[in-house]
Design a protein around this ligand. Structure first.
Ligand code: 13P
Ligand code: SF4
Length: 367
């Protein structure tokens, strides 16, 4: 591949695509193509004043290359903060659409590119703005707290944005101020936050199609096989799976728990893209994927997000070369959607610096 070749992204159907005709994954590059693609991306990042921002669930190549080139691999909260604060004019976001949109909302003057604009999220898809607006209208006395995995339109209807790494702290602070919560869209994460904080919450009925597949009865059997293992669970998982966890938290919290908990073996209930970083940072520890149901069925979930899987090296090279797949956010949502994101970033920054957060909570809804 010469430096001037325009990259074509080739896709194939994943092995499990029988139920989803839309599903596609980039064809895995050969070792020679991989080296050429990485070299090309490194050159283009410099030429275009661009930086890579990757999520822990995307292909290991995109995680490693982001770090090698001065970009970031992280959870969704830190992706948003990094994109906002970095001086590069172009952000190449490998993840799913809401992550690119959040970056664009925070940095409307930057160019935000994504390898595949069809990479979305079941939580975003399951929370259309018209129905969500009606739900909010039916509960005017509640503070509207939405998960980052939502459209710009839904964010523009929210008082607060949260990710799984800060939802607990933010809802607790809202509860301490006497506020009642309207929560959307992930029912499992919402239920977990409600159980932990005791806040008064009403819930939207959304779920992540990846985490929803982890099953407690299979996990219990696996724990019996590995009695010394510690169980790490993302809170988008069902309640009975969360109940078996030694640590519950965002992708970053899972990573931290694997480094700090006293164990050599871990069972991990989150998207299996996470295993790359877990294994790289902890080469002497063993990580086992938590089981999904369906042993006797024709389809067993592979525990990998079908939309995260759409991201690949060829896509990154192509969008950098051609400037295609630019994320646009409807101007009518831009400013209003920024408000709950800014609140979240200010709150989490204060928390990190040990500053008081009470003053950051506006008085919303009936106390
Ligand atoms: P984190 O915020 O924990 O990275 O999670 C994002 C996500 O989509 C989990 O499925
Ligand atoms: Fe959405 Fe689940 Fe994929 Fe995360 S893993 S992007 S919550 S579908």
């Amino acid at each position: 591949m010469s430096a001037s070749d325009v990259i074509d992204v080739e896709y194939e159907q994943p092995a499990c695509s029988t139920q989803h005709a839309w599903a596609r994954v980039p064809v895995e590059p050969t070792p020679t193509q991989r080296v050429a693609l990485k070299d090309k991306i490194k050159r283009l990042l410099k030429e275009k004043n661009a930086v890579m921002v990757s999520h822990y669930y995307v292909h290991p190549d995109l995680q490693d290359l982001a770090e090698e080139t001065g970009g970031l691999v992280s959870d969704s909260l830190e992706m948003a903060r990094f994109g906002r604060d970095h001086s590069a004019q172009t952000l190449v976001v490998s993840g799913v659409k809401f992550m690119g949109e959040t970056s664009k909302i925070l940095s409307p003057h930057k160019t935000v590119l994504m390898p595949d604009l069809d990479a979305t999220c079941s939580l975003d898809l399951g929370c259309p703005i018209s129905e969500f607006s009606a739900f909010c209208d039916a509960h005017p006395d509640r503070t509207v707290v939405v998960y980052a995995n939502t459209s710009a339109a839904v964010k523009a209807r929210a008082d607060w944005l949260v990710t799984s790494s800060c939802a607990l702290d933010i809802v607790k602070a809202l509860k301490d101020k006497g506020q009642k919560i309207l929560w959307a869209p992930d029912k499992h994460l919402g239920g977990y936050i409600q159980r932990e904080t005791g806040a008064d919450m009403v819930f939207w009925e959304g779920a992540c199609i990846v985490h929803d597949e982890f099953k407690a009865f299979e996990l219990e059997a696996l724990i019996k096989e590995h009695p010394k293992a510690k169980v790490l669970v993302h809170p988008e998982s069902p309640q009975d799976v969360v109940a078996l966890a030694h640590a519950v938290g965002s992708t970053s919290a899972i990573l931290k728990a694997a480094q700090t908990l006293d164990a050599d073996t871990f069972i991990v209930a989150t998207d299996n893209g996470m295993l790359h970083k877990l294994r790289t940072l902890n080469p002497n520890k063993t990580f086992i994927e938590a089981p999904t149901a369906g042993n006797s069925a024709t389809c067993k979930s592979c525990a990998h997000c079908p939309w995260m899987a759409m991201n690949g090296l060829a896509g990154v090279a192509q969008v950098l070369e051609l400037g295609t797949n630019e994320i646009q956010v409807d101007a009518k949502y831009l400013d209003r959607a920024r408000l709950p994101i800014d609140r979240m970033l200010a709150f989490t920054a204060a928390l990190k610096n040990g500053q008081p957060v009470g003053g950051l909570i506006p008085n919303i809804g009936a106390a």
